[in-house]
Design a protein around this ligand. Structure first.
Ligand code: DQA
Length: 143
């Protein structure tokens, strides 16, 4: 069963980007842990990252045909992209929203997720383990 883990803008810089908030593990090492954990759960896992809203939307659309579910860290798009929200609402597969940081304990503008109402659920604040917990949530959702 194939699933997709998607990272939005600026997450390609994990490891060097604000390590006090996002940790010092590199993007590549986090992805390796994600893929290894997904395999343990019996998933084939594709990792996709883009800094562009349109590319994320295109990959979400394609996922409805080639994946059973998505773990999504939409980065800052979380807080204002109605286009990504609509893309999630348009596809029938479950999308689990994840964030490394606890967005509710940060700047006011990060408290609201416009994608949360159309996602299966939200996991935030556990660093790279948010992705692992997201995979676990997806495994349970997909049975
Ligand atoms: C983030 C939180 C967002 O507010 C921020 O814009 C990010 C990363 C997180 O994983 O904690 O880029 O999604």
């Amino acid at each position: 069963m194939k699933i997709l883990v998607m990272h939005g803008p600026n997450l390609n810089l994990l490891g060097e980007r604000e390590p006090g908030i996002y940790g010092s593990d590199t993007f590549e090492s986090i992805n390796a842990e994600i893929i290894a954990h997904a395999q343990k759960l019996g998933f084939e896992c594709e990792v996709f990252q883009s800094n562009s809203e349109g590319a994320l939307i295109d990959r979400l659309h394609a996922a409805r045909l080639d994946c059973k579910g998505v773990v999504l860290n939409a980065g800052a798009y979380t807080h204002y992209s109605y286009a990504i929200r609509d893309a999630i609402a348009a596809i029938k597969i479950p999308v689990v929203e994840v964030h490394l940081s606890n967005i509710h304990a940060r700047d006011e503008f990060r408290h609201n997720s416009v994608i949360a109402p159309v996602c299966a659920g939200q996991i935030a604040g556990f660093g790279k383990y948010s992705y692992i917990l997201g995979l676990e949530a997806l495994a349970r959702l997909l049975g």
